[in-house]
Design a protein around this ligand. Structure first.
Ligand code: HEM
Length: 358
């Protein structure tokens, strides 16, 4: 019998992998779940493209046509909306798990950076998708959010024109945002996801504990060492695929349930020139909206988000350079990174809840 042809699928699914890599409470399946949500978004988004009209008059009306007129359009739109919201949460949790288990360390540093770029892509995709709705509720995103780009010294106005298609929000803005959403963000994100998944295997599979692996430093936490007793089990390709399919079906069922019972909102058409008493940011940027009440736009809307990304990127290069090669929840070497990540997330969550309740 001839050997199977090498393929991307076989690269991701070798004949066997250590059972520790596939333990649910090690990864919670969050990377795979992010991937699945992205695929749902790509499929439902492609279907929406048949109806969406990227123009000032057409955008809001065509979203309503998808929601109320197109056969099963409501289901497709709701599934697109809920997958997008879930993706922001799931990708953030995936990053949290990577940081709390120390899976960002060498040799996975580069893949960690690829992942970080995917977090930025996820947020920008959600932001542009939300603006494509073109209803009165996107006022903050359209006016305050995009104006933040102008705050960037020297290149700000150019970036703004590239983002919105001119010196002000106008006729070309919808098609420009549409272009960004589909070709400028979703396509590159897909390519980076493929690269990210490829690198997981290339870097030696998902970082985990093996019976022979020891924490690297001699003064490691004894509790970590005690937790090292893991059986040398392996699972085969069929079992791995079976678990993946089962997880995907569960998530699909949850998505369909959400989409049937909870409709994505759509309001009256947007009027960017109108004066709005209190515009609200999309939920994932409420923390920036709150910071803008405290600090100048350059600081709150540009320097803080960029600074946070830079600190996260610096984690495996400057903050924790240990090379354990194994992943242990709350490992001692990674304490600084863990505390930093939890503090940042707590701050963002606190500001979001505060802003949402106000
Ligand atoms: C669209 C977003 C993303 C997708 C689709 C994705 C997908 C995946 C998948 C399928 C895995 C293997 C399974 C797992 O570890 O759960 C993985 C692992 C990994 N991801 Fe992501 N990811 C995304 C975002 C991120 C982010 C935001 C980070 C961190 C900043 C990140 C860092 C990593 C690292 C370092 C690994 C290897 C982990 C290990 O060896 O244990 N990823 N990712």
């Amino acid at each position: 019998m001839s050997a199977p042809r090498p393929s991307f699928f076989y690269h991701l699914h070798p004949p066997t992998i250590p059972a520790g890599e596939a333990r649910f409470r090690h990864t919670f399946g969050l990377g795979g779940l992010s991937l699945f949500l992205f695929l749902v978004l790509a499929l439902t988004g492609a279907l929406e493209m048949f109806y969406y009209i990227p123009s000032l008059d057409g955008a809001n009306a065509s979203v309503k046509a998808i929601a109320y007129l197109a056969p099963f359009g409501w289901l497709v739109r709701n599934a697109h909306y809920w997958s997008a919201q879930a993706m922001v949460v799931v990708v953030t949790l995936h990053m949290l798990r990577v940081i709390l288990t120390g899976s960002y360390k060498k040799p996975r540093r580069f893949n960690y950076l690829l992942g970080l770029s995917l977090l930025a892509f996820t947020l920008l995709l959600d932001f542009t998708g939300y603006a494509l709705r073109w209803d009165e509720d996107i006022h903050w995103a359209l006016v305050v959010g995009t104006n933040l780009l102008k705050e960037i010294p020297a290149i700000g106005h150019t970036l703004y024109a590239i983002a919105v298609g001119g010196n002000e929000i106008g006729a070309s803005t919808v098609v420009r945002l549409y272009g960004w959403h589909v070709f400028g963000l979703a396509l590159p994100a897909f390519a980076i996801i493929v690269w990210h998944a490829f690198r997981v295997r290339r870097d030696g599979g998902i970082a985990h504990r093996t019976p022979n692996s020891k924490p690297q430093t001699s003064n490691s936490n004894p509790a970590d060492s005690a937790r090292f007793a893991v059986k040398l089990d392996r699972i085969d390709r069929a079992e791995l695929v079976r678990r993946e399919v089962l997880a995907a079906l569960n998530v699909l069922a949850a998505l369909i349930f959400l989409s049937i019972f909870f409709d994505a909102h759509i309001g009256l058409p947007a009027d960017p020139g109108a004066t709005v008493a209190e515009a609200t940011a999309p939920w994932f940027f409420i923390w920036i909206q709150e910071l803008l009440r405290l600090w100048p736009p350059l600081v709150a809307g540009v320097l803080v988000p960029l600074g946070l990304m830079l600190v996260l990127a610096a984690l495996p290069y400057w903050i924790d350079r240990s090379e354990t090669g194994v992943a242990v929840w709350l490992n001692r070497e990674g304490r600084w990174g863990q505390v930093m990540m939890l503090a940042v997330l707590a701050g963002i969550a606190g500001l979001t809840i505060w802003g949402a309740l106000r």
